[in-house]
Design a protein around this ligand. Structure first.
Ligand SMILES: [Zn+2]
Length: 329
């Protein structure tokens, strides 16, 4: 799923404000405490460092806000066109209706129909990679080379979260501090979201659903851990998410509880890995995919709840074009 912008949306504004406050306090203390002492130089350096962190943090906040505004705008246009379709058109001429429809098509995408996956690359020049890319996701994972793969070091913990219906999926934005480390790089978990059915296939076999755990490193590189989902026993964390589904699209529900992100992972951590892309517009490439081999189970009823909201939100598999796929022994 979602657009690069969507993937950036994370953390509820409450926790961001709290961390801003913490930064401010820390900044104030660090700058004040050592004034007029021989440690002043160190304090100044530390203050500069903190100011840089603040600036980075504020930039991120602005990006998140801009993203939400964009998506809200997109949704408003969508609703506007629907209103026109139902004949409730008071002022618009045919010409302006046409322009509006065009605009809507330029900014909206779907999983079927004329804004479906085969059209994504033509809907917006910025999404051309969806058509022209040769390292797109998802793929049918087969013929991987079996090697001793370094285990992914999962460092997940109890976290605050909020639940967002972004119009393409249910996305759970997770509080800071959940990380994975792989080949010397550390990526922070930003959000996870769901597809039904699974986007990825393994030797031609699809799964009931998949959860995509989206991580980013300091330089903005994306690593996605895919957790395949089959039907079976009810799943505690999934139930917690479903219990907190928001009533309105783009209006996140911020529960006053935490969950343990580790619950999302299967027991065994063997995986497939390959280089691919975002599976939604703009289909940017350079995404590191880590697909865990062992699925987790959720109940039929839990799958049915997601299906009520999104019965089909999976991009079809893309050509693997000779890409190297590695898999744990
Ligand atoms: Zn996804």
């Amino acid at each position: 799923m979602p657009s690069v912008a969507d993937w950036n949306v994370f953390m509820d504004s409450g926790s961001r404000k709290t961390s801003s406050l913490v930064f401010s306090l820390f900044y104030f203390c660090a700058a004040g405490a050592f004034a007029d002492t021989d440690k002043a130089a160190g304090a100044v350096a530390r203050a500069a460092e903190l100011a840089a962190i603040r600036a980075k943090h504020d930039k991120l906040e602005r990006e998140v806000a801009a993203t939400l505004r964009l998506r809200q705008e997109e949704l408003r246009k969508e609703r506007g066109v629907k209103t026109s379709d139902s004949g409730f058109r008071d002022t618009g001429s045919n010409a302006s209706y046409g322009a509006k429809t065009h605009l809507q098509h330029a900014s909206h995408w779907a999983y079927e129909g004329e804004t479906g996956p085969t059209r994504w690359g033509k809907l917006n020049p910025a999404w051309a990679k969806c058509d022209s890319g040769t390292r797109q996701s998802p793929i049918d994972i087969r013929d991987g080379i079996q090697v001793d793969l370094e285990p992914v070091a999962f460092d997940y913990k109890m976290s605050s979260f909020n639940v967002l219906d972004n119009g393409h999926t249910i996305q759970v934005n997770v509080g800071a501090g959940n990380r994975i480390t792989l080949t010397g790089r550390t990526y922070e978990l930003v959000q996870f979201h769901f597809h039904r059915p699974s986007e990825e296939k393994v030797d031609g076999r699809g799964f009931e659903m998949v959860a995509h755990l989206v991580h980013k490193d300091d330089e903005g590189r994306i690593a996605v851990v895919a957790v395949l989902i089959e039907s079976g026993n009810p799943h505690g964390l999934i139930q917690t998410v479903w219990n907190n589904l928001p009533l309105e699209k783009l209006d996140p529900l911020v529960p006053g509880i935490s969950f343990d992100v580790n619950q999302l992972l299967p027991q065994r951590r063997e995986y497939y890995t390959y280089m691919g892309s975002l599976t939604t517009p703009p289909c940017n490439e350079g995404v590191l995919w880590i697909v865990l081999k062992e699925p987790i189970q959720v109940s039929r009823q839990q799958i049915a709840i997601f299906a009520r909201l999104y019965s089909m939100n999976a991009r079809p598999v893309q050509a693997s074009s000779g890409r190297l796929i590695k898999e744990s022994n």
